[in-house]
Ligand binder design. Structure first.
Ligand code: 5AD
Ligand code: SF4
Length: 471
């Protein structure tokens, strides 16, 4: 495979700093870009202050994520007062959403959207030389990429995907881009474009390459990963096919996929999970609300009962499956009764964990166009806290069953908050690992275990963490 950029700097190698906001998709884009920029002769730097170029990969999913980016840009503007030669690129979802408006910000030199990722290294190189501001976003975001654009994105992904991930032994592989669901609160379809599934051959070749470099777990990524579909001749490939093909790759021990949509969730995925030992028994499947009225206003395409029936089916086909959910509280018009329906659903669902978000109006979305953001912030906060508190109690109760059990984990590395003194932390640090079912396990062991599988006996449980000793 030909590399994209061959540019050797005449002087000192330039330093680039990449700051990531947002989801796994963004983390993956940042990691691809890091590897492409290294290939083009840059050195990756952990600090913005001494970098020649700073890339900020942004998220638009909630207003708060955008506010954090603006505050970071304020910080960069300050750095630029003493080092005006720094090139600052704002990339990702916010770049696509705000386009030229962002380029007007004093600190910003480059604005490029998620579909322009392959062009970004070249844009950075150009701007470092010319000092001219540059904008590259997709004009008509809802029209399908041309073949050439899709191929460029695919080739970029294939070439620069790397085992040098932030978690040893693990890699994330995009299987599809975009989203066609238009949940009324959500900005994603307007910034990431229509759903496009990548060819299975490329995905599998990419995973083989990663496995050869020592990757043991892959996570297949898609905004609605269960709607993956790729037609080749008279054959149609679905997510279950990808799971099977990935499981057959030498070296791959665990495969997961995020995120699923409850609408049209197909049993073949659950059967693959039950039959293939490599497919982790974990499902992240956002419910968003338990109220049928709100689910309809959100355009989710299912009722609370249908969602619960899907969980029951999943538990029947895959005993021991762990399920995680997302919820939005304070959607326009959410009454106490609507919220109570969400509470009731959470009680029945017995999730492993839940992510709860306060509704944030996103410009241009269906909900923002038609509905007033009428739930006071205080009520949103209360509902958020109540739901998390309930889930905490459920997790606390359910996790107790792990006490005394032995679980297999894939070790990630030293815990960020070690409760040990420095010497102990060096010799026998506290490590973090995850089970196939995505439970976080904390135990002591050598640092060299990062990226390896290990057996841990659980000695203590808490709502979000299990504690144990290495066998
Ligand atoms: N406000 C609050 N939360 C949102 N999410 C998506 N859009 C919004 C919004 N406008 C949440 C959903 C989704 C998760 C990634 O973010 O719960 O599943
Ligand atoms: Fe957003 Fe809905 Fe698509 Fe998920 S499925 S990315 S919530 S529009």
């Amino acid at each position: 495979m030909a590399k994209f950029f061959i540019l050797i700097f005449p002087m000192e190698p330039r330093k680039v700093h990449i700051k990531n906001f947002g989801c796994q998709m963004n983390k993956l884009d940042s990691s691809l870009l890091g590897s492409a920029l290294e290939d083009a002769g840059f050195i990756l730097s952990t600090k913005a202050a001494d970098a020649d170029a700073v890339l900020i990969n942004t998220c638009s999913v909630r207003g708060h994520a955008e506010e954090r980016v603006f505050s970071h840009l304020g910080h960069l503007k300050h750095i630029k007062e003493t080092r005006p030669q720094i090139v600052v690129a704002v990339i990702g979802c916010m770049a696509q959403r705000l386009g030229a408006e962002l380029l007007e910000h004093d600190a910003v030199d480059i604005v490029a959207g998620p579909s322009q990722i392959p062009q970004i290294p070249e844009m950075v190189i150009q701007t470092l030389q010319s000092r001219k501001k540059a904008l590259s976003v997709t004009e008509k975001i809802r029209s399908k990429n041309t073949e050439a654009q899709s191929k460029a994105l695919d080739d970029f992904e294939f070439t620069y995907d790397t085992d040098k991930n932030h978690i040893p032994g693990q890699a994330f592989v995009r299987v599809m881009r975009g989203c066609n669901n238009f949940c009324t609160y959500c900005i994603v379809p307007y910034v990431r474009g229509p759903e496009i599934s990548r060819p299975p051959q490329t995905i599998i070749e990419q995973i083989k390459k990663l496995a050869e470099k020592g990757i043991r777990q892959v996570t297949l990524l898609g905004q609605t990963v269960n709607s993956y579909v790729y037609n080749a001749g008279d054959r149609s490939y679905r997510l279950a096919d990808l799971l099977e093909m990935t499981s057959n790759i030498d070296g791959i021990k665990w495969v997961r996929f995020i995120t699923s949509h409850p609408k049209h969730f197909d049993d073949s995925i659950l059967r693959a999970m039950a039959q293939l030992s490599e497919v982790c028994e974990y499902l992240h499947i956002p419910a968003q609300s338990g109220s049928d009225r709100i689910l309809k206003a959100m355009n989710r395409g299912y009722t609370g009962d249908e969602y619960l029936a899907l969980l029951a089916e999943a538990r029947k086909i895959v005993p021991g499956i762990a399920i995680a959910g997302d919820f939005i509280v304070g959607f326009p018009g959410e009454t106490d009764d609507d919220f109570q329906a969400t509470v009731d659903l959470v009680k029945k669902a017995r999730f492993k964990n839940c992510f709860v978000f306060k509704y944030s109006p996103r410009p241009g979305t269906g909900a923002d166009n038609k509905l007033k953001d009428d739930i006071p912030e205080e009520i949103k906060k209360q509902r958020n806290a109540r739901l998390l508190d309930l889930q905490n109690r459920i997790s606390d109760e359910d996790n107790k069953r792990f006490a005394g059990q032995t679980v297999e984990v894939l070790a990630e590395g030293p815990s960020k908050k070690p409760h040990l003194n420095k010497a102990e932390h060096e010799n026998n640090p506290q490590l973090i690992g995850r089970t196939a079912t995505d439970y976080i396990v904390v135990f002591n062991g050598p640092k060299s275990l990062a990226g390896q599988f290990a057996k841990v006996r659980i000695t203590k449980t808490a709502p979000v963490t299990l504690f144990g000793s290495l066998l």
